[in-house]
Design a binder for this molecule. Structure first.
Ligand SMILES: *Cc1c(COP(=O)(O)O)cnc(C)c1O
Length: 425
């Protein structure tokens, strides 16, 4: 086919009773022109127009099967929600809700009331506040407590957690001034002590998230930092990042942090907690109140669907935390994962390989979760990503590994069908 053989936009779209047909025809013809110029044949144009119209109408944000072995995968939407949390979102979204209405008194209520009591119970804190995400929680805490004054942070904790979230930048944006203490690998309580002056607003501890300094290292225990803060009448704020609510070896819980003497703890809702994207602040009531009253709070508040999903998740912590997918995946025994990989391998004719899964989301970066994958041809990586539902695995050593740590038993048949479609598509 040559350029002059191409139909016009109107000719191609003619006969289609579809308001999007003209724009789609233009897209198809632009692509066809490029292909002809590069020596390719654009093929069946009406067929491509129909495909383009289907693609325009298909949702862009879709369910994906996570075969990466990374449980809290930021690119794949972090924590899958528990059924109970989903049900509460659906119920709340369907109609009106008591988001800001006190049903007992018939007066205006606070959207924070729906989760505050649960958060207090689960962390032992006096007060709690939920915002849009943990980056916003940290920003709000620094703005409300540190604006125009100094915030003391260890040089070993001036991290970037990915996608440009850098602690020094957030500090600057909050209006607080950063005072760095210690060195990259070693910071002592007396480094903080020496840095405290008349302009100091607070001491900030930041979870090192997805990086670790190993070897000749030292960081003061929270208790020591809390003692310094108390001596000077300053708040100690702990950015915990992942936010474990239950004991996991190596990840401190918010409750432990508060018990060690921190005044405020900030953490994410969609990392180890296993809920929706949210930033949670728990701690001293007077400080939480200062955050709540700060003008930024209104700009970073959580919406009703977030609160519904968070309440639905937190309620499971009261008696059935194993129903939370992130916690369930973390607690699986290796034999179960292996059996899943074996079943997948027998369905698709792949081989079973030992792998190492990760928690992800900046939590327990060095933890290696023993896992098993089904290995298939590397050439399937792209077609599986383009499939329905898309399947995302890991390419390694010339093979595509479909890690079964992050696949549910009920997803194995879907993955097998996707592999077969990818081979024959
Ligand atoms: C992940 C993380 C954040 C940001 O949390 P989001 O919920 O992604 O905004 C902040 N601080 C630390 C230490 C983190 O690990």
């Amino acid at each position: 086919m040559e350029l002059r053989d191409l139909p016009s936009v109107d000719e191609l779209a003619r006969g289609l009773d579809d308001p999007l047909a003209i724009e789609a025809a233009r897209t198809v013809l632009d692509r066809a022109r490029e292909e002809i110029r590069s020596g390719a044949d654009p093929g069946d144009l009406p067929g491509r127009l129909a495909a383009e119209l289907r693609a325009v109408r298909a949702p862009s944000l879709r369910r994906v099967l996570n075969a990466t072995g990374v449980i809290v995968h930021t690119n794949l939407g972090r924590a899958p929600l528990a059924e109970e949390a989903i049900a509460q979102v659906v119920e709340t979204a369907r109609g009106y809700s008591n988001l800001e209405l006190d049903l007992t008194e018939g007066t205006r209520g606070s959207r924070q009331d729906h989760v505050a009591a649960l958060l207090r119970r689960l962390t032992g804190a006096d007060a709690a506040l939920v915002v849009n995400n943990n980056a916003a929680a940290v920003l709000l805490a620094l703005a409300a407590l540190g604006e125009g004054r100094e915030v003391v942070v260890s040089r070993g904790e001036l991290i970037e957690i990915g996608d440009g979230f850098r602690i020094p930048d957030v500090l600057m944006r909050s209006g607080a001034r950063l005072v760095e203490v210690g060195t990259t690998n070693r910071t002592r309580a007396k480094d903080y002590e020496k840095a405290v002056g008349p302009d100091t607003a607070l001491l900030l501890r930041v979870h090192q998230s997805n990086f670790r300094v190993v070897g000749f290292t030292e960081l003061p225990r929270l208790e020591e930092l809390a003692a310094v803060a108390r001596r000077h009448g300053l708040p100690l704020v702990d950015d915990q990042g992942s936010g474990a609510l239950l004991d996991l070896p190596g990840e401190p819980t918010a409750k432990e942090s508060l018990a060690a003497g921190t005044d405020l703890v900030c953490f994410s809702g969609d990392k180890l907690l296993g809920g929706p994207q949210a930033g949670i602040v728990v701690g001293r009531a007077d400080l939480v109140e200062r955050l709540r009253r700060h003008p930024l709070q209104r700009a970073v508040r959580a919406d009703k669907l977030t609160l519904a999903a968070l309440e639905g998740t937190l309620r499971l912590y009261l008696d059935t935390p194993e129903r939370i997918p992130v916690l369930r995946m973390l607690a699986q025994d290796t034999a179960t994962v292996r059996a899943r990989a074996e079943r997948l391998a027998s369905l698709v004719g792949g081989s079973v390989e030992e792998t190492v899964g990760r928690v992800g989301g900046g939590a327990l970066p060095l933890a290696e979760l023993p896992s098993f994958a089904c290995a298939v041809e590397e050439s399937l990586a792209a077609p599986l990503r383009h499939g329905e539902p898309p399947v995302v695995g890991v390419v390694r050593d010339g093979k595509l590994l479909l890690d079964c740590l992050t696949l549910a038993d009920t997803e194995i048949d879907e993955v097998a069908a996707a592999v077969s479609a990818a081979r024959h598509g």
